[in-house]
Design a binder for this molecule. Structure first.
Ligand code: ADP
Ligand code: ZN
Ligand code: MG
Length: 479
């Protein structure tokens, strides 16, 4: 009998609108100097009133629809009261009693690769807080904190899942799938490292022999996909150890500590805040008509799952390859562009998966024009270059968007089918390696590879490998 892991996520997604949620300040807080994108509304000056950003609502609804939620025609805003210096109003505007959307799901793969539904309990809109910068030296006690209100009032949605996630790696895949979807929708950068996608993970462990569950622990401050998995693995083992010792971890909130790669206690249950939620009197309810909601549904682009299916059907890609290509919109579009120019979808897919994705940096576009990748595939088809040369020149060609035809000419990389040259090299190898030849004669045909390798080295990968193979076998047989 083992232990079963139960995980539910609470995720914040920053919406990439031009302006903030309730005022016309720029929501692009990253490039700005601290406290320059602020106004009386987002710094809570007396008498300032919020006005809801339409685009933020549209982005929130689109995300909810993409996550198969029912979008409510009636939702409303509430105040969540707490004090912290990055929250000038002393409350956050959120949706508590009447969320924007409910009852959705996202399909992910479980650890065996079988699709499973993770139910989404609710999605609501809320505003982000400012940012604190803690400075100074805690030993000399000369500490102080700075606050930047640029992020204050940037629109967020919070997505709350049911506890349907069964392993830490499923939790990571959930987050990755969500990132893929918000990027396809264009509603968020989905960038966890920059805080545009943040997640609090709740975990408990059930002892299957008794059916009893541990208390639930919440891990906050997880800021990368890798750490979602790492933090939950750490927490899972910690809870299992405590259960084995006949104890319980107790309900608490922990934070992921990057330095020690462990979670550390932030607060116990008894310190739980009381937020004193009540309806926001300064904003009317958010009323959406069915038509408005359906119009937004029509605006949804083809999403990664549909695209994957289409690639399997239309291009006969292998399921795994199709899912890798479809995961990132710019990769998928690149793939389609290349196929349009060249055909042979599986060949294009192989090159994208093995070479393009290896070179591609997470946050950058693909520098290599589809035309240049296709030129290279054609050079391979016509045997003008060997696969080895193609792979050798690929990183540079990719980064600088070089035309491979010119590159190959400039550097003299054309494949050679000069039979005399190849024969001479093979003869030399045979002369220098009588013992290896003897092995061949004794039936060890695997040594052919040794002689082929020799010629390829001597020609710096330019010899036509099929021809080298033929010549090696012929001359070995004659030897
Ligand atoms: P609370 O009201 O205490 O915040 P919720 O029911 O709102 O609890 O759930 C908050 C999050 O915790 C949700 O993401 C949910 O999936 C998750 N959760 C609920 N129960 C469990 C559990 N037993 N183990 C792990 N996560 C859970
Ligand atoms: Zn403002
Ligand atoms: Mg809750």
């Amino acid at each position: 009998m083992g232990y079963r892991c139960v995980i539910g996520l609470e995720i914040h997604v920053q919406l990439q609108t031009e302006s903030k949620m309730f005022c016309s300040c720029s929501a692009n807080f990253f490039q700005a100097e601290p406290n320059t994108n602020i106004c009386p509304v987002c710094t809570a000056q007396p008498g300032a009133l919020p006005v809801l950003n339409r685009r933020a609502v549209e982005y929130a609804v689109m995300t909810a629809l993409a996550l198969n939620c029912r979008v409510n025609e009636y939702s409303a805003f509430d105040r969540k009261n707490y004090f912290y210096p990055d929250l000038p109003k002393g409350y956050q505007i959120t949706q508590y009693f009447h969320p924007l959307a409910e009852n959705g799901y996202l399909v992910i793969e479980d650890d065996e690769g079988i699709p499973k539904k993770v139910r989404i309990r609710r999605i609501h809109m809320e505003e982000d807080a400012g940012k604190m910068f803690h400075q100074g030296d805690s030993i000399t006690m000369s500490t102080y904190s700075l606050v930047d209100f640029n992020r204050c009032g940037v629109p967020l949605i919070e997505i709350v899942t049911e506890p349907d996630i069964s392993t830490p790696s499923e939790a990571r895949r959930f987050m990755e799938k969500l990132r893929s979807i918000v990027r396809y929708l264009g509603v968020s950068s989905g960038d966890m490292e920059k805080g545009a996608l943040r997640c609090d993970a709740n975990i408990s462990v059930v002892d299957e022999s008794t059916g009893k569950s541990s208390s639930r622990v919440e891990v906050k401050n997880i800021n990368s996909f890798k750490f979602v998995e790492k933090a939950l693995e750490y927490e899972y083992s910690r809870i299992v150890e405590s259960l084995k010792a006949g104890e319980d971890v107790g309900t608490e909130t922990r934070g992921w500590d990057l330095a020690t790669k462990t979670t550390v206690s932030m607060r116990g249950k008894e310190e739980e805040s009381d937020y004193r939620y009540f309806p926001e009197p300064d904003l009317p309810p958010l009323i959406l008509s069915r038509e408005e909601i359906e119009d937004l549904r029509k605006m949804l682009p083809e999403l990664p799952d549909e695209r994957k299916k289409r690639y399997e059907e239309q291009y006969s890609l292998r399921a795994y390859d199709a899912s890798i290509i479809a995961e990132r919109k710019e990769v998928a579009e690149y793939f389609e562009e290349c196929v349009k120019l060249y055909g042979k979808p599986q060949t294009v897919a192989n090159w994208i998966i093995n070479e393009v994705l290896r070179e591609l940096k997470e946050e950058e576009g693909i520098p290599l024009a589809p035309e240049n990748l296709v030129r290279m595939l054609k050079l391979l088809d016509s045997r003008k270059i060997s696969t080895k040369i193609a792979k050798d020149i690929f990183p540079e060609m990719f980064a600088k968007n070089l035309n491979p035809e010119e590159l190959v000419k400039e550097r003299g990389l054309e494949q050679t089918s000069d039979e005399t040259l190849i024969e001479n090299l093979v003869r030399k190898a045979i002369e220098e390696n009588p013992k290896t030849v003897a092995k061949y004669k004794a039936g060890k045909t695997g040594v052919v590879g040794f002689f082929v390798g020799y010629v390829m080295r001597e020609t710096k990968g330019k010899a036509n490998p099929q021809l080298v193979n033929e010549v090696v076998r012929r001359l070995l047989d004659e030897a």
